[in-house]
Design a protein. Structure first.
Length: 147
């Protein structure tokens, strides 16, 4: 089954609890098998920095969902958990991003793979290196960064 890597983050409410709920919801999806979970890192906000720090982690999954269907599943989990998209890079109860899906490069209006900012975000790359170092190297190469 194809593998994908998801970045999860939260910085309002009870971030550790929300991350665990998101993990439980991902694991409970009938087409997603949660195979690896990184440690949780607490990091300053990125992009819009005048907000509380984020709790972040990365997971590896196996899924027979297409990238688009996986995106819909992630958005549905965010919505079910109460996420409201009111401010770009603003505070959030939960954020689930597709960091990479296999070694696919995709550039559509609604989904870009690998995630266009992944290589710039230590809060993504550090946990990704914990669970999938080869994927971290591939993402850096896609971004034109030699490591």
């Amino acid at each position: 089954m194809p593998k994908a890597w998801l970045g999860l983050g939260a910085n309002i409410g009870d971030p550790p609890k929300q991350l665990q709920e998101a993990l439980d919801r991902l694991a409970g999806h009938r087409q997603i098998d949660l195979t690896k979970v990184s440690s949780t890192l607490v990091n300053p906000a990125w992009g819009k920095i005048d907000q509380p720090p984020f709790n972040n982690l990365v997971v590896e999954i196996e899924t027979d969902l297409s990238p688009d269907a996986l995106l819909e599943a992630c958005l549905a989990i965010e919505s079910a958990m109460g996420r409201v998209r009111s401010e770009h890079w603003g505070p959030r109860l939960i954020d689930i991003d597709i960091v990479a899906y296999e070694h696919q490069v995709l550039n559509t209006p609604h989904l870009k793979l690998p995630h266009p900012f992944a290589a710039q975000r230590q809060f993504v790359m550090s946990p990704l290196r914990q669970i999938a170092p080869e994927m971290a190297v591939w993402i850096f190469k896609q971004a034109g960064i030699r490591r």
